[in-house]
Design a protein around this ligand. Structure first.
Ligand code: C2E
Ligand code: MG
Ligand code: MG
Ligand code: MG
Length: 292
């Protein structure tokens, strides 16, 4: 019978399902304490300006170092936190930490970079989101354009009218709004023409799936030309090789981010990059050497 034939597989499926549920429950049980106990931290990954040939900013990426479980992957816990609502609290922590770093570096006299923070779909549809973000930068005496807001592409389809309104309000306040993961599947050309964003952040599959030759001619070049025509700047993420960087430069990409330059690292380590690359970019060894 069907049941006899597949019973074993159903049992295995049930087992996996149960393990997954237990795991999710375990994370949910400890997340509040984890935040209170300082287990979450932000890492920063540099963003490099191709035109200016220097460090232009960073993206803040949350990291969770659990004392027993070790480093947890955002790819696992972020989707769960988006479902159980904890993401709004965690993201506020991330935004505050990013602002605190900017404040500290301003006080030390570094040139003013910007930090891009991720804004979850759960955050962006909150009624007081513009207020909340405005208060956050104000708390640290920063102007809003120092904080770039990355809103993932898939969030734009949920309630486009409301999002157009919110993004417009945020830009009126002076925030820079970036569409993250552009091209990963949900956006339409219609959507980006209506959405008052500043930056297209290309999904890394674009860069990593393309061979060098296709990168030069194909869809990526078309998107960059389109972005230019719409007066949007373009960030390519997931840049891992010199060759990818050179192709992106040829087709007119504005900013790049990826392991070729640096992996995300704690704020203290990032500060050392600020010292090396912002002040004397032309004299330092490392992957940026020869680029500058
Ligand atoms: P994302 O915002 O698109 O971030 C880019 C991801 O690509 C990061 O993974 C980053 O570490 C990784 N990455 C950067 N350069 C390279 C590269 O050259 N090659 C490869 N293979 N990967 C690269 P991460 O930190 O694991 O974050 C995954 C996703 O989790 C993020 O994607 C974002 O959607 C979400 N996320 C991370 N931190 C936060 C946060 O603080 N708040 C929210 N709401 N979401 C976050
Ligand atoms: Mg992002
Ligand atoms: Mg992205
Ligand atoms: Mg993403």
């Amino acid at each position: 019978s069907i049941k006899g034939q597949y019973g074993k597989h159903f049992a295995a499926y049930d087992d996996n399902l149960r393990r997954g549920l237990l795991r999710r429950q375990a994370i949910t049980d400890v997340m509040e304490d984890a935040l209170a106990e300082g287990q979450f931290e932000i890492y920063l990954q540099p963003k490099y300006s191709i035109r200016d040939e220097k460090l232009a900013g960073a993206e803040a990426l949350v990291r969770w170092n659990h004392p027993e479980w070790g480093m947890q992957s955002p790819a696992e816990f972020i989707p769960l936190f988006e479902q159980n609502g904890f993401i709004t609290k965690l993201d506020q922590f991330v935004w505050n930490r990013a602002c605190a770093c900017l404040r500290e570096w301003d006080d030390k006299g570094y040139p003013p970079i910007s930090i891009s923070v991720n804004v979850s779909r759960a955050d962006i549809y909150q009624a007081d989101i513009t207020d909340l973000l405005a208060k956050t930068v104000k708390r640290y005496g920063l102007s809003p354009e120092r904080l770039h807001l990355e809103i993932t592409e898939s969030a734009y389809t949920e309630n486009p009218e409301q999002l157009i309104q919110t993004v417009g309000d945020l830009r009126d306040l002076g925030f820079v709004v970036e569409m993250d993961d552009f091209g990963s599947g949900y956006s339409s050309l219609n959507m980006i023409s209506k959405m008052p964003i500043d930056v297209l952040k290309l999904d890394m599959k674009f860069i990593q799936n393309e061979t060098a030759k296709r990168l030069k001619g194909g869809i990526l070049r078309f998107i960059i030309d389109l972005a230019r025509w719409m007066k949007l700047s373009v960030v390519a993420e997931g840049v891992e090789t010199r060759e990818q960087l050179e192709r992106l430069r040829e087709i007119g990409c504005d900013y790049v981010q990826g392991y070729y330059f640096a992996r995300p690292s704690p704020c203290g380590e990032f500060e050392q990059m600020l010292q090396r690359w912002q002040w004397r970019p032309e004299r330092e060894a490392g992957p940026l050497d020869g680029v500058c």
